[in-house]
Write a protein that binds this ligand. Structure first.
Ligand SMILES: *Cc1c(COP(=O)(O)O)cnc(C)c1O
Length: 217
């Protein structure tokens, strides 16, 4: 099941990239395992998945132990509390959800202790929904200014979550917005698109898509 779903998801990624005139290899599939059983995860890893997305530190820690012998990149995609930054820096290749200058400072400090340069993305609330985390678009400039001197974080790009929508087309403006913001600020990576909307996100320039339920349903 998982294997077939993966094949299907990869095909859809490929087709969406081609529709947009993009090389499919420029889209990184992050498999979101927050609702997956260990056996399902194992199936995914055996089918060649290398990038794993989790939104809780505790789950990531225990799952990482299970898959310790595999070379995997772990992605923190959920809201990160300051007091969990220490663990996050220890286990994640990329933290997608940096949403305040304060958190950036704490991550930087923890990364310094670990002799690491932590790759991060800035989460942006492109929809303005109150229930969503993320910087307001107009605050990105200030964030970049205030974190410029931090030597132990590396800001790769931006991340967003579109509103839940009945039809995929209605989320397009939010992805387009994120792409515009990344261009303005000369940031390269765009983490956007989930099961409901990853094809639209790819058409709008996503370089990382975070897909869970399409693979583990
Ligand atoms: C759960 C989650 C996803 C994956 O969502 P699916 O609809 O299962 O593909 C992507 N991004 C974030 C931030 C999530 O929390």
């Amino acid at each position: 099941m998982v294997r077939e779903n993966l094949v299907r998801a990869r095909k859809r990624i490929e087709r969406a990239a081609e529709r947009a005139g993009r090389d499919p290899h420029t889209v990184r599939l992050i498999v979101v395992t927050k609702e997956a059983e260990i056996d399902q995860m194992r199936e995914a890893v055996e089918a060649g998945v290398t990038d794993i997305g989790e939104n809780r530190i505790k789950d990531a820690l225990s799952k990482k132990e299970v898959f310790d012998s595999h070379v995997l990149s772990w992605h923190m995609i959920g809201h990160l509390q300051s007091n969990k930054a220490k663990d996050a820096v220890r286990i994640f290749s990329i933290i997608h959800s940096v949403d305040s200058v304060k958190l950036a400072y704490i991550i930087n400090k923890e990364a310094e202790k670990n002799n690491k340069i932590q790759d991060v993305l800035i989460e942006v609330n492109t929809s303005g929904e109150k229930t969503k985390f993320g910087l307001k678009p107009e605050n990105i400039e200030n964030f970049l200014k205030e974190t410029k001197h931090l030597k132990h974080i590396n800001i790769l790009g931006l991340m967003t979550m579109a509103p839940l929508a009945g039809d995929a087309g209605s989320v397009r403006p939010y992805f387009r917005k994120l792409k515009e913001l990344a261009d303005i600020h000369k940031l390269k990576e765009l983490s956007m698109g989930m099961t409901q909307d990853f094809e639209v996100a790819i058409e709008e320039g996503a370089t990382m898509v975070r897909i869970g339920s399409a693979i583990f349903k």
